[in-house]
Ligand binder design. Structure first.
Ligand SMILES: [Zn+2]
Length: 168
């Protein structure tokens, strides 16, 4: 009788074991299939993205080549071309920014004349705002490439944090 009970337990254990290993097999297969599918989709998305990017970059570079004012002084450095194609460099924004710097500098001069500030004085935005544009409606200029303007003292030109945006 005891022997029979042991065999029953063994049978139960074997059934239990085979069910468990089937579930494990199924899970592993399913997981592997899913992994393959995800890899395939990721590769497709990457290929599509690369193609679209190349098309876009070449279209933008063609546009840049046609609008020669954008790159007037001969062929720009390759890095600029790459940055231009991904909108990180905009030659037109350079002119606009330098214009802003000139305006800020002009306002500084006017402020200094009016307040008789010494050359070492550094005006604040609040000080020069009335001289920027038209009276109280004046808006603080901003750099199209997200540069930060620093007014600096009366002996120094105001600066933009973007490289190449510079008064001289
Ligand atoms: Zn700037």
């Amino acid at each position: 009788m005891e022997d029979g009970g042991g065999r029953q337990r063994l049978d139960l254990f074997l059934i239990w074991h085979s069910v468990c290993s089937k579930i494990a097999d199924w899970t592993v297969k399913r997981y592997q299939r899913m992994k393959r599918a995800i890899t395939r989709i990721a590769l497709w998305v990457m290929a599509l993205g690369a193609t679209l990017f190349l098309c876009h970059a070449s279209a933008r570079l063609e546009e840049a080549a046609k609008n020669s004012p954008a790159f007037d002084d001969g062929l720009p450095p390759f890095s600029h071309l790459v940055l231009y194609s991904v909108y990180l460099y905009d030659p037109a924004s350079c002119d606009a920014c330098i214009n802003n710097l000139r305006q800020i500098d002009g306002s500084k001069q006017e402020w200094a004349m009016e307040t008789k500030a010494p050359p070492t004085a550094t005006p604040t935005w609040k000080d020069i705002m009335p001289y920027l544009g038209r009276g109280t409606n004046s808006v603080r200029p901003y750099c199209r490439l997200g540069g930060v303007y620093i007014i600096r003292d009366m002996q120094t030109y105001p600066t933009c944090s973007v490289k190449g945006h510079k008064l001289e």
